[in-house]
Ligand binder design. Structure first.
Ligand code: GLY
Length: 321
């Protein structure tokens, strides 16, 4: 297919840029189709990263050191979690304060900003065109069929159009997507962690260059992306209760992102009620993890293939009525 990406600002600078980058399929929750989607996507990741790095020449910092997860009271042990004794925890990650039941999960992480850089380079290399700098203002229709997209500058014709506008997706078609704000910060501690640490209402994601990303909040604030320094301080303190050394690390950067959240919090993937119009949005807290399976599902659906597993829970028309 001949593909053009219409991007308002710079590609990958919204929720993808703000993300922590955890491939956290064990936290997928009880929904069976979502669990399957997450599991398949996480399994695709090593090959996805390998191909992307090869195509783009960008290292996306794919790490598979695992995650130490402190179980909240009353919560079930996530799939694949192994309980750690205090001695085992101390051996794995000596800086972490033991606070309740600790589990080890074999999960990976990626640096989402590097991932986006690699995706843009890789896509351009494969012949994808990216036009940025103008808002997509609407869809061009020919009866009940989409025939293109109109930006504030020009119009594009296309036999198939995919809405992948994240938190802004509903401005183009009623997909019941709203923004859910999250605050994040980055510190560079003197002694780095090896594992992702999750507990006390925060997660800490170490990168190989020494940066540690700490997140996040879940806020209903519309499209307001302002950073509240008090919220950043609270996240930093919560992380320092788990890893005291992080409290001494200076805050290097702080930011917010707007997660695209659908009415039932599940992704919105596949064909819409308008012929030729597809959606790939609503990934909420799991957009980075779900990138490879989203690409596979959309490419398959748009080529007329029957998906190899059940995606009915994610179809855009589930919100009709
Ligand atoms: N996936 C991490 C977050 O939404 O905060």
């Amino acid at each position: 297919m001949s593909v053009i990406v219409l991007e308002r600002h710079q590609p990958g600078r919204e929720a993808s840029w703000a993300a922590g980058g955890m491939i956290a399929y064990s936290e997928a929750g009880p929904h069976p189709q979502f669990r399957e989607l997450a599991r398949v996507s996480a399994e695709m990741y090593p090959e996805f990263v390998h191909r992307l790095q090869d195509e783009s020449g960008v290292n996306v910092d794919f790490r598979s050191e695992g995650k130490i997860h402190f179980l909240e009271e009353g919560k079930a042990v996530p799939e694949g979690g192994t309980r750690l004794s205090e001695a085992e925890l101390r051996q794995l990650e000596p800086q972490v304060e033991f606070s309740g039941e600790a589990l080890l999960l074999q999960e990976s992480t990626v640096d989402p900003r590097a991932l986006m850089e690699a995706l843009v380079k890789g896509a351009l290399h494969l012949g994808v065109e990216i036009d940025s700098g103008a808002d997509v203002a609407g869809l061009e229709l020919d009866g009940n069929r989409v025939s293109g997209a109109i930006t504030t500058k020009t119009r594009y014709t296309g036999q198939q159009v995919v809405i992948c506008a994240g938190a802004w997706s509903s401005s183009l078609f009623d997909l019941r997507i709203r923004p859910v704000k999250g605050h994040m910060l980055e510190v560079i501690p003197q002694r780095p962690l090896r594992h992702v640490i999750h507990g006390n209402g925060v997660y800490i994601v170490p990168r190989s260059d020494g940066r540690h990303v700490i997140g996040s909040t879940i806020e209903d604030a519309g499209f307001d992306k302002r950073v509240n320094p008090d919220v950043i301080q609270r996240l930093h303190q919560a992380a320092a209760m788990l890893v005291p050394n992080l409290g001494e690390g200076l805050i290097h950067q702080s930011w917010t992102g707007l997660r695209p959240c659908s009415a039932d919090k599940l992704p919105v993937l596949g064909a819409t009620s308008l012929e030729g119009l597809f959606a790939a949005t609503g990934h909420y807290r799991d957009g980075i993890m779900l990138a490879p399976i989203t690409a596979r599902v959309l490419a398959g659906t748009m080529s007329g293939e029957v998906p190899s597993f059940d995606i009915t829970a994610f179809l855009p028309n589930r919100f009709a009525n």
